[in-house]
Design a protein around this ligand. Structure first.
Ligand code: ATP
Ligand code: MG
Length: 243
């Protein structure tokens, strides 16, 4: 990516004083401020119900911000519909995968295909990343194993050729071997320079992958730091996570 498209210092996403909630009485995000830089992996950590998915919903236009700013490469996203945000280059692998069960693997991938920014991610490159998807390409999405569905959800997000890939609990409930395949794929994506925001519970895998960590508690940012600070303060961070 050129400096012109990534912004100053490779700034990709800037969130300022973000507040959001689901109805008039319940606010779930309070004054969140953070930045994501190009080619970096950022984690969003926190116990259950602390606001990780809600934050991701705000970024991707599925939950409207009540106040604050979300700026992605100069585009204000606070009032932007989800399908337009996707076109700006945010690719979501949602909690629970949400693939289309009645479409085949290949149809699931082709529905998402978009080549506005780059042609890097095609059926071929997605199948090269997850050969299992090639083997299953004519099979219905709903007949896949959990791990295969997760690969499909990641492949579908990649087919939009995103500038920022966002994964919400992408290894949740998977067998160790499949989980490792997902981590290996994410490490490869990072080496290729893709920017990634990831929610996950596996701190060891996140520690070796991520450049920046953000910790939420009750919708507030209670800790943030780079990889070195995370290593140094991991015990403090773990207390926020209850592990
Ligand atoms: N659709 C909704 N309507 C009302 N409240 C919601 C809704 N979705 C989430 N919440 C509430 O918002 C808060 C944050 O939830 P969120 O799903 O963002 O947490 P999370 O950190 O992703 O949790 P988990 O680790 O369990 O996925 C919780 O109190 C939750 O009950
Ligand atoms: Mg969640």
């Amino acid at each position: 990516m050129s400096p012109a498209t990534t912004g100053r210092h490779g700034l990709l996403l800037d969130v300022e004083h973000l507040c959001a909630g689901y109805d008039d009485s319940s606010q779930v995000l309070f004054d969140l401020c953070f930045s994501i830089h190009a080619h970096q992996v950022t984690t969003l950590l926190g116990r259950n119900g602390m606001g990780k998915t809600s934050t991701i919903r705000c970024l991707t236009g599925l939950l409207q911000a009540r106040s604050g700013k979300i700026v992605f490469q100069g585009h204000h996203l606070e009032r932007t519909p989800a399908h337009v945000i996707a076109r700006h280059g945010l690719g979501l692998v949602p909690e629970g995968r949400q693939i289309f069960p009645r479409l085949t693997v290949e149809e699931n991938l082709m529905v998402a295909a978009r080549t506005d920014f780059s042609n890097h991610w095609t059926l071929e490159s997605t199948y090269a990343l997850f050969p299992r998807l090639r083997e299953r390409r004519h099979q219905g999405g709903g007949t896949l194993s959990g791990g295969e569905q997760q690969m499909l959800a990641i492949g579908r997000a990649l087919m939009t050729n995103p500038k920022l890939l966002i994964l919400d609990e992408a290894t949740e409930g998977l067998a160790p071997l499949i989980r490792q395949q997902i981590w290996d794929a994410l490490a490869l994506l990072k080496r290729q320079g893709l920017s990634i925001l990831i929610v996950d519970k596996n701190l060891d895998a996140l520690e070796s992958l991520a450049d920046q960590h953000l910790v939420l508690e009750k919708g507030r940012m209670v800790w943030s730091g780079d990889a070195a600070a995370f290593k140094l303060h991991r015990h403090d961070v773990q207390r926020y996570l209850g592990v």
